[in-house]
Design a binder for this molecule. Structure first.
Ligand code: ATP
Length: 718
């Protein structure tokens, strides 16, 4: 059947019957008539895309899932913020009081000088009041209107007479009481009362005689005018970004920009929660931070748009500080004057834009710091190192490959091993340190493995195990500043990279903490396996997306975490990832070398008392070959005693099989270079291959055994 010509639908009985027997079809049929265009054709069957009934979380679910606002405001929950606020209030009150106290004589003199004018004003004012002078103008106007306003004039006149009568009486009474009272005071009152009364009257008259354009009391503080952040200002700034979707939303008929929460004060600045128009992400805004700052008419360092964790990509928190972050007072490191640390607990690293403290926990973690030269890498590395110095149990190996001596206070006073300088000697020392830590890794794993389960239920170092000195599971901190110079080194780079990769992968549970700082975080200078396995990352200003993501982690740039947006003046300011749930803009505490020396002297004293000052800082000559035996003993392990000589390439292949994390990618040249420090030379070894003699460089096993024997003080190591 078909629809009739008038357009009325004729019921298809067969279809209707089948619909009755199949409720799903009913739904489809009803929707297709109700909501045309809101379904998708899938062959012949119309598919519903919008449900008929509203589904989703019920009332209880929504209520239970609702986010609760904090009972106490953030500034009341944060002790430093509260102390800061109270301190400011006391300072403000003190300054204002002192300012006015100093000027009090001058204020008094000026008021006294103005007293005659005040007296004249008082007398004039009283006379005008008693004679109802303020109504005079009205009465004049009514009188000028002539007969038409006679009634009105008479009414006003009567009112004036009434007023003058009782006001006159008040004045007369005041004079009658006041003058004899004043006379009595003059004659009878004690001097103090008289002088107080005269002073009070003079000052009151002086105040009455003051001209409004010349106030007697000057201002103790001049508030810097910071424009209040309002939705209009935010919209104005957003409209200036040149983003088509934003302009569409702000234009006529657009949905506008939404603010899911009121704009409030948040620390020393304003906070606006913004729902960006559909399709616009916080990363789009971050790309144009400079334009946003211009639109807000604020310096760039004041404007900090941020994505919101656990929210959609268009939810932005715009924090606009009263002062640029790099111009704010430098906060003092909380441990600068006193205190000790435990590396198992959080240690202070910096503050956020609002001045709230941000801590990092070093144990079970590693740290990577990356930045362009001169932005504050070494300072950033020094903070966790100083915190480690204040934990007397921590053994510290510090290598500063730049050579400026920025880490001297730490290295000289507390480090078990320390070397500095952009030279092969330092790189070699750093590699030795890495080898030592690698061997520690193996030893610690054995110790942990051999402990009874009840002592070590999670198979990792605990504060109790670390405190037991006989186990040797104390925190071990290995720090390398400008680590790119070591990892990219032709001779030592590969081994350093492989060992550090192993350390970073396995060291966390074993109490080993690796701290790396680099100004070239590309994959040639920092093995990707290392950067991929770091937990805490601090990225100061970098030039591009690649460096940003190498330091902070994959796709951070795309998510709007962009350390490229920092300027040259933002020294010590960076994104800290891994300390809180989400990356956070952090301004590191500033600790200069004088302060660092003071802290280290304190740490050294504590270590001497605890008996934990060892190695370099204790004046012991570092044993630079301490890690070398790994290579030699490994060679002995892969070249059996019956094989007197072996080609270097064969040995390298076998070493890579034995310990891929160390020797992967090694060839004959690498092996020869690695054996050089032991003065083991490669020799020409001829072998018959497919009937032909092939000559290649290789090693003589006896050379290795002799070196090992000499080192261990034995006659024969093989
Ligand atoms: N947290 C901070 N607050 C304020 N200023 C800082 C901070 N950290 C570093 N600076 C400033 O930045 C300057 C450079 O710091 P630092 O030497 O750590 O940089 P760097 O990145 O290690 O440099 P390079 O790449 O040359 O080694 C310091 O002299 C200091 O004045």
């Amino acid at each position: 059947m078909a629809a009739d010509e008038s357009g009325g639908a004729v019921l298809d009985l067969n279809k209707a019957r089948s619909v009755r027997s199949n409720p799903t079809d009913t739904l489809d049929a009803s929707t297709s008539t109700q909501d045309e265009g809101r379904h998708e054709e899938s062959g012949d069957v119309a598919l519903m895309v919008d449900p008929l009934t509203v589904t989703g979380p019920g009332l209880m679910e929504r209520v239970r899932g609702a986010r609760r606002n904090r009972v106490l405001p953030a500034w009341l929950r944060s002790k430093p913020e509260l102390l800061d606020g109270v301190g400011w209030l006391i300072g403000y009150a003190g300054h204002t009081s002192l300012y006015h106290a100093l000027r009090l004589p001058w204020y008094t003199l000026r008021l006294a000088a103005q007293a005659p004018r005040g007296f004249a004003r008082f007398v004039g004012g009283t006379m005008r009041w008693a004679s109802d002078a303020e109504g005079e103008a009205m009465r004049q106007t009514t009188a000028s209107l002539g007969n038409s306003a006679v009634g009105e004039y008479l009414k006003l006149s009567r009112q004036r007479d009434r007023r003058v009568r009782w006001r006159g009486a008040v004045v007369a009474l005041s004079l009658l009481v006041g003058l004899p009272g004043a006379l009595a005071l003059w004659v009878l009152a004690p001097t103090w009362l008289l002088s107080t009364a005269v002073a009070a009257v003079t000052l009151a008259l002086g105040a009455a005689g003051m001209s409004t354009d010349k106030p007697v009391v000057s201002r103790a503080v001049v508030a810097t005018q910071v424009e209040r952040l309002t939705s209009t200002i935010v919209e104005r700034a957003m409209g200036a970004l040149g983003i088509a979707e934003v302009n569409k939303a702000l234009g006529k008929g657009g949905e506008g920009i939404r603010f899911p929460a009121p704009i409030t004060r948040d620390g020393p600045g304003w906070r606006a929660d913004v729902d960006l128009p559909y399709g616009v992400t916080v990363a789009d805004i971050l790309d144009r931070r400079e334009r946003l700052a211009s639109g807000l008419r604020r310096p760039l360092g004041c404007v900090w748009p941020e994505p919101v964790p656990d929210e959609h990509a268009g939810r932005m928190v715009l924090w606009v500080g009263d002062k640029a972050l790099n111009k704010m007072d430098k906060p003092v490191w909380p441990l600068a004057k006193s205190g000790t640390t435990s590396l198992f607990k959080p240690v202070p690293f910096g503050t956020d834009q609002r001045g709230r403290r941000i801590d990092i926990t070093l144990m079970y973690d590693n740290m990577l710091i990356g930045a362009m030269p001169g932005m504050g890498k070494t300072f950033a590395l020094a903070r966790p190192l100083l915190a480690a110095a204040l934990d007397v149990t921590a053994e510290m190996l510090v290598y500063e490959l730049k050579g400026t001596g920025d880490l001297d206070p730490i290295g000289e006073s507390v480090a078990a091993d320390y070397a500095k300088g952009a030279k092969d000697e330092t790189y070699e020392a750093a590699l030795d340190g890495i080898r030592y830590v690698y061997r520690e890794l193996e030893r610690r794993a054995d110790v942990i493995g051999s402990l009874p389960k009840d002592k070590c239920p999670e198979n990792k170092v605990t504060p109790e195990l670390a405190a037991n000195r006989s186990l040797g599971l104390h925190p071990l901190v290995l720090a390398i500043d400008e680590c790119q110079d070591l990892f990219a080194h032709g001779e030592f780079g590969k081994e350093a990279g492989n060992l550090c990769t192993a350390i970073i992968k396995r060291g966390r549970a074993l109490g080993i903490i690796l701290l790396l700082a680099t100004q070239r975080p590309d994959k040639e200078s920092l093995p990707t396996a290392i950067s991929a396995n770091v937990g805490t990352r601090f990225c100061l200003r970098v030039m591009g997306q690649l460096e940003n993501d190498m330091v902070l982690g994959t796709s951070m740039y795309r998510r709007g975490i962009q350390a490229t947006s920092f300027t040259k003046a933002d020294k010590g300011i960076g994104y800290l990832a891994g300390a809180l749930d989400e990356p956070q803009i952090t301004r590191g505490y500033y600790i200069d070398s004088v302060e660092a020396e003071r802290i280290c002297a304190r740490a050294r004293k504590a270590r001497i008392q605890a008996g934990t000052l060892t190695g370099y800082a204790a004046g012991e000559e570092p044993e630079r070959t301490k890690g070398g035996d790994t290579l030699l003993t490994d060679i002995l392990a892969v070249v059996p005693a019956k094989e007197a000589k072996a080609w270097s390439e064969t040995v390298a292949e076998r070493l890579a099989d034995l310990r891929p994390e160390v020797y992967d990618g090694w060839g004959a040249e690498q092996l020869t270079a690695a054996l050089k420090p032991y003065r083991i030379e490669s020799v020409q070894i001829g072998r018959r291959v497919e009937g032909k003699v092939v000559n290649r460089r290789g090693i003589v096993r006896a050379d290795i055994t002799a070196t090992v024997a000499e080192r261990d003080g034995k006659r024969d190591a093989g």
